[in-house]
Design a protein around this ligand. Sequence first.
Ligand code: NI
Length: 138
Amino acid sequence: MEKSGSRWALCDREMTMIPSKVNFSEKFSKLPDEDYSVRIVAKMNDYEFKLVKFKGEFVWHSHPDTDETFIILDGRMMMHFKDKLVEIKSGEMIVIPKGMEHKPTSEEGYKALLIEPEGVANTGDVKSEMTIKKIEWI
Ligand code: NI
């Protein structure tokens, strides 16, 4: 009986928390007009979905505790690894393994959806002028 009680409670909660959809174009229009900007747009369990706009050269870094996923929505990214260079275009994605050194660059710029656990530092194990202390929601 207790179980069915808690199930009803869950239903109640879901009824009052109908999720709103995320429109990427609309969210990107709210990003600051800078070469690098990143904002959180959604969360699933402990994972955050971030929209990233980037042009230029990022810093070499790695994420010691987690993999990191980039889904390119627009433009082109060059992902540098120590012994390889991978081009990722709109409609493509890449999963960076935990602990692997990487550096994104882009001459023309790209827009991407980044998926990683909550609280992951954008520059991983490296502190630089590109490190963002707390990434905001939009
Ligand atoms: Ni990274």
